[in-house]
Design a protein around this ligand. Structure first.
Ligand SMILES: Cc1cc2nc3c(=O)[nH]c(=O)nc-3n(C[C@H](O)[C@H](O)[C@H](O)COP(=O)(O)O)c2cc1C
Ligand SMILES: Nc1ncnc2c1ncn2[C@@H]1O[C@H](COP(=O)(O)OP(=O)(O)OP(=O)(O)O)[C@@H](O)[C@H]1O
Ligand SMILES: [Mg+2]
Length: 482
């Protein structure tokens, strides 16, 4: 199947990519030092390599490629090489570089600092990537997307963003271009050796087993399952973070007297500009406090996918439960769900059940084939139904997305959530607490620590000083012995 060399004029270039290449042609090939191509030996970047070769050939015609033999590729090509890459990917990348005359820049640092150094040393303004719409990293991207805030400034160019899995394989097979051998062994999307196995859907034996023989990647019939061979990354031995979060809800039970930690994220440029005051945050904190949770942090972030994703990523690993509100709705600026998806490294995908609820609510008034509000983070979403709510609440692992925009709506959602916690096992970590508040008018000095030393040490952490009065707040699990 693999041929060592192929004339670039014989590639079949889809019309949309032709248009994109032509619109970028002057910039692309006349100011070529300002452009780079990010190549990692994967199938998507392999497709892009051949599209760029073909574009260069079309631009230059036969003159610069005697006999149609294009042996040097003029675009700086960057490869982030990592010790956890598959050896087959590494050797394919190197072989491809020598076969097509790529000027390969090998970067061994992480993506961000590698790109910072690259951009300091070179006048690069645009980087071509083989990102496609189903990739988790594609969330929020378009064909031309500036790099994210906090990243060095460059334009990400994604010519095959709209290609399907099937399109990719149709191109590779029709044009007979060489591809990495792992795809013939059942790998359908390739990450690192730690997080990628052959796709079980291509197994020729027992489908639950990863041993044995697999069919080639191009035989996967449902491209949506392209990433089924991407297994969860194993968590490194965790020292700094919350053990309850690392070990799952069971460990909460083994630590009954520990306060559970929640955090809240408000999404909204209008809060940050001071036009609107966030009243939901304080109300949510009071509600959590009343059921015995400790709120470790509240944050307000911009309506921007990366800002939401960064905050969710941070808080989901340090809190048992994260509540996020704002930025949920039909507007272009409503990006909370996309941010949550990005934080979990999954894509947004249509959720038929949720779509059905929305259809009941708004009828068929949405434009386009699908209701975009029914796109939810794939594989991690649970819908929390309650008869008093017109649409279910959305829970993505330990992140609850609240649709409320006012305190009254929040009260209602909270009431439903509390009722659900009683009946629904999934929310068992939100078990109710009994909260007892003892007040005294004694001064600070009278009540000082000697009187309290008989109480368990943890109680002393819960003493709240308020002016001349001390409130001792005792928090117990459901069956306190008091
Ligand atoms: C050339 C290049 C540019 C990137 N630019 C961004 C960026 O602007 N923002 C961002 O969040 N990640 C950026 N990334 C990181 C990717 O989104 C993603 O984390 C990386 O490709 C690993 O994907 P994987 O985990 O699916 O293998 C960039 C990566 C590369 C190679
Ligand atoms: N280590 C890397 N070095 C250079 N570019 C990279 C690297 N990892 C990812 N990229 C860029 O990001 C794009 C998307 O990566 P992704 O893993 O989704 O696609 P792929 O590797 O080309 O194909 P596959 O989905 O089969 O793994 C790549 O096409 C490439 O442009
Ligand atoms: Mg890959």
């Amino acid at each position: 199947m693999n041929v060592p060399w192929l004339h670039p004029a014989s590639y079949v270039i889809p019309v949309d990519v032709c248009l994109l290449l032509l619109s970028a042609e002057n910039f692309l090939f006349d100011r070529i030092e300002e452009v780079a191509f990010s190549f990692n030996g994967g199938k998507d970047s392999t497709v892009l390599l051949h599209l760029l070769r073909a574009g260069y050939f079309l631009h230059n015609g036969e003159q610069s490629c005697p006999n149609g033999n294009l042996t040097n590729f003029p675009i700086r090509t960057i490869y982030f090489e990592s010790s956890s890459a598959f050896p087959e990917i590494n050797s394919f990348t190197y072989d491809t570089a020598s076969r097509y005359g790529l000027q390969l820049d090998i970067i061994t640092s992480d993506f961000k600092s590698g790109l910072e150094n690259l951009l300091k040393a070179n006048p690069i303004r645009a980087i071509f990537l083989g990102v496609r719409i189903g990739d988790p990293t594609a969330v929020g991207q378009e064909q031309f997307s500036p790099s994210s805030p906090g990243w060095p400034p460059f334009m990400r160019v994604n010519p095959i963003l709209d290609w399907s899995y099937r399109d990719v394989w149709a191109f590779i097979l029709t044009c007979k271009v060489p591809y990495c051998s792992l795809y013939d062994e059942g790998y359908t999307s390739i990450g690192s050796i730690h997080d990628t196995v052959p796709n079980a859907l291509l197994s020729m034996g027992d489908s639950s087993s990863c041993d044995g023989k697999f069919k080639p990647a191009y035989l996967l019939s449902d491209g949506r399952l392209e990433r089924a061979g991407r297994v969860k990354k194993l968590l490194p031995t965790c020292t700094g973070c919350n053990p309850a979060v690392c070990n799952g809800p069971e460990s909460v039970d083994s630590d009954k007297n520990r306060m559970l930690i929640a955090s809240a994220i408000a999404v909204g440029d209008e809060i940050l500009s001071g036009t609107v005051e966030d009243q939901m945050g304080p109300s949510l904190c009071r509600k959590l406090h009343a059921i015995g949770w400790s709120v470790s942090q509240t944050a307000v972030v911009r309506n921007d996918i990366d800002s939401v994703a960064e905050e969710v990523e941070r808080q989901k690993s340090t809190s048992e439960m994260v509540f996020i509100y704002g930025g949920v709705g039909p507007l272009h600026s409503d990006v909370t769900l996309a941010g949550v998806a990005k934080a979990f490294g999954v894509r947004l995908a249509p959720d038929e059940e949720f779509e059905e609820y929305l259809r009941h609510l708004i009828g068929n008034h949405c434009t386009g084939d699908r209701n975009e509000m029914a796109l939810l983070p794939e594989g991690i979403t649970e819908l929390l139904h309650h008869e008093k709510l017109p649409v279910p609440m959305i829970k993505c692992q330990n992140v609850i997305i609240l649709a409320a925009t006012t305190v009254t709506e929040l009260d209602k959602e909270w009431e439903c959530l509390s009722e659900l916690t009683r009946s629904c096992n999934l929310l068992s970590i939100m078990k109710p607490y009994v909260s007892k508040v003892l007040s005294t008018n004694l001064s600070d000095v009278c009540i000082k620590l000697p009187n309290l030393t008989c109480l368990p040490v943890f109680l002393s952490h819960l003493i709240r000083h308020t002016f001349s009065r001390i409130e001792v707040i005792l928090l117990f699990r459901c069956h306190p012995s008091f």
